[in-house]
Design a protein around this ligand. Sequence first.
Ligand SMILES: Cc1cc2nc3c(=O)[nH]c(=O)nc-3n(C[C@H](O)[C@H](O)[C@H](O)COP(=O)(O)O)c2cc1C
Length: 217
Amino acid sequence: MTRLLQIDASPRGERSHTRRLSREFVEHLQVADPGTEVVHRDIGRQPLPHVTEDWIAAAFTPPDQRDDSMHKSLQLSDELVDELLAADLIVLGIPFYNFGMPSGFKAWIDQIVRVGRTFDFDPEDVESPYTPLVTGKRVIAIISRGDGGYGPGGRNEVHNHLDGHLRTVLGFIGLTDVTIVAAENDEFGGTRLADSLEAARTELRQLVVESTQVGCA
Ligand SMILES: Cc1cc2nc3c(=O)[nH]c(=O)nc-3n(C[C@H](O)[C@H](O)[C@H](O)COP(=O)(O)O)c2cc1C
């Protein structure tokens, strides 16, 4: 059985490619493994709050020294971290905005990168002060972009600030098994978009097969 966390970050509904592709992926996985348990967070339609001064003060206070208001400040963040820790497979639908991740998705990242919960910090350890705490999980990130050529060797590769940022921040908390599947050309439509979506679907179908084969599902 797979415990799957699905995060959709597009504010768009039916017009969203990432939302459609993530839904199809999850549906296919559920067919391959009917026991798949899905927790769905629609952060595109129900945006998460950004972190606040109270949140930061609470997050960097040791748990046994937090007062009630600090616990309250971290309540949603704790819930989001619990969801992440409970999952074996994390499926992220992320629109590409202004050369990087959309602010709504960054808000989720800021809520789940938590000292003592998803990474540890030891100031005495000069060589390696940070220890990732989220291990043994797979991430499939489904991205859609309006323009094309953001992949390796493409004309826009240098402007792709999403893939690297995503791998860095997820890796920081221990999520190093990250597969990125991208569709492009939303702005052009026609066969350029259709071909790109079909290529993404083919990759995702293969990932369903792999996920079930490696015992992930
Ligand atoms: C605010 C905003 C910024 C965008 N910035 C870019 C960009 O920098 N590069 C690009 O190729 N497409 C850009 N796009 C196009 C989106 O990446 C594209 O529409 C994508 O399909 C959105 O994901 P979705 O279909 O899941 O909503 C932008 C779209 C919006 C609404």
